[in-house]
Ligand binder design. Structure first.
Ligand code: PAF
Length: 284
C-alpha cells in the first residue's frame, strides 16, 4: 500500500491502471469505512482511499478544527483491509488558490433544492462543499467506481444525482450501514460522545426501528406526519435536540405519499453537543 500526499505522485501511481475504485473518506476510520474498502476491493484491482478533512463542507460553527485526525491508525487499518493507495492531500493541494486562510474556491457545484432540505436545512452549503470535493476527487483519481455509505443517505442521493447530471462514467456503489451491537450506527462523530451519551445514543436507531414497524403495520394508511411528530417528541423526552425525523420516498427524497412503497426514514438529532444522523429503508 502506498501513502501519497500529492496529485503528481497519485497520477504516477495510477498510470496504466484501468480498474480503479475510489473510497472517499475524512479519516478516523471505523468498521463502516473498512466495509466500503472491502466492497471496492471486490470490484476493482486498484482501490484508492482518500483521507481529506474537507474545509469546504464545514460551517463556521462546526467541528472542522476538532475533527479527529488519526492518520497512522487509519493507514494500519487500510493496509489490513487491502487498500492499494491512500491519498492524503493537503488543503493547498486540493484547493489550488488557498492562501493559508481562505480556500478561494469561487467555483462550486450548484445543487438542486434537495441539498437545502433535511441535513442541508441546518448545514447551509454543506452538500455543495461535499459535491465539490467529491467532483475534484473523481477528476483526480478518474475511478471506474466509487463507494459511499448508506448512513449518509442524503449525501449518497446527491452524489448519484451529480454523477447522472454531469454524465460522469463512474458507477456509484452503496454499502450498508455498520452498527454497534446496540444498534448505534458507526460514525467518526461517535467519538465525541461521553460514556453516558454513548449508552443512550442507540435510542436514535431504536426510534427509527419503531417508526418503520408502525409504517409496516399501518401500511398505506399510515399518517406519516403524525409518526414523524411522535418520534421527534419521544426523542426530545429522552433528552435529544431533534433536527428532524422524516419519512421520505426513497428514490426522490421528497415527502412520502400514501402511494409510495419504497420509503426511507431519516433522522438527525443532537445528544449533548454531538449531532448524529441515521436512516432505515423499508418497502411496503
Ligand atoms: O462522507 C464523508 O466522509 C465526506 O462527506 C466525503 C464524502 C469524504 C467528502 O468529504
Amino acid at each position: 500500500m502506498q501513502t501519497l500526499d500529492s496529485i503528481a505522485k497519485l497520477h504516477r501511481a495510477l498510470e496504466g491502471q484501468n480498474s480503479v475504485a475510489l473510497v472517499p473518506t475524512m479519516g478516523n476510520l471505523h468498521a463502516g469505512h473498512l466495509d466500503l474498502v472491502k466492497l471496492a476491493k471486490q470490484q476493482a484491482t486498484c482501490v484508492v482511499v482518500s483521507i481529506f478533512v474537507n474545509p469546504l463542507q464545514f460551517g463556521a460553527n462546526e467541528d472542522l478544527a476538532n475533527y479527529p485526525r488519526t492518520l497512522a491508525a487509519d493507514c494500519e487499518k487500510l493496509q489490513a483491509a487491502g487498500a492499494d493507495i491512500v491519498f492524503v492531500p493537503s488543503v493547498a493541494e486540493m484547493y489550488p488558490d488557498f492562501d493559508g486562510q481562505d480556500l478561494k474556491q469561487s467555483i462550486s457545484v450548484q445543487l438542486p433544492a434537495v441539498a437545502n432540505d433535511l441535513c442541508g436545512a441546518s448545514r447551509p452549503g454543506h452538500f455543495a462543499g461535499v459535491a465539490t470535493v467529491v467532483l475534484k476527487l473523481f477528476n483526480l483519481v478518474q475511478p471506474q467506481l466509487a463507494v459511499f455509505g448508506k448512513k449518509d443517505y442524503q449525501q449518497l442521493f446527491i452524489i448519484r444525482e451529480m454523477v447522472k447530471q454531469f454524465n460522469l462514467a463512474i458507477a456509484i456503489l452503496a454499502a450498508d450501514t455498520v452498527r454497534e451491537p446496540s444498534g448505534l450506527a458507526m460514525s467518526s462523530r461517535n467519538g465525541y460522545l461521553s460514556r453516558t451519551e454513548k449508552a443512550q445514543a442507540s435510542q436514535l436507531h431504536a426510534e427509527l426501528v419503531s417508526v418503520c414497524a408502525q409504517i409496516k403495520q399501518q401500511s398505506h394508511s399510515a399518517n406519516f406526519l403524525s409518526l414523524e411528530q411522535a418520534a421527534s417528541l419521544n426523542l426530545q423526552r429522552q433528552g435529544w435536540q431533534v433536527d428532524y425525523v422524516a419519512i421520505r420516498a426513497a428514490s426522490t427524497l421528497q415527502a412520502a405519499s400514501a402511494q409510495d412503497s419504497d420509503l426511507v426514514v431519516l433522522a438527525a438529532a443532537k445528544l449533548g453537543t454531538t449531532r448524529l444522523i441515521d436512516n432505515l429503508s423499508l418497502k411496503l
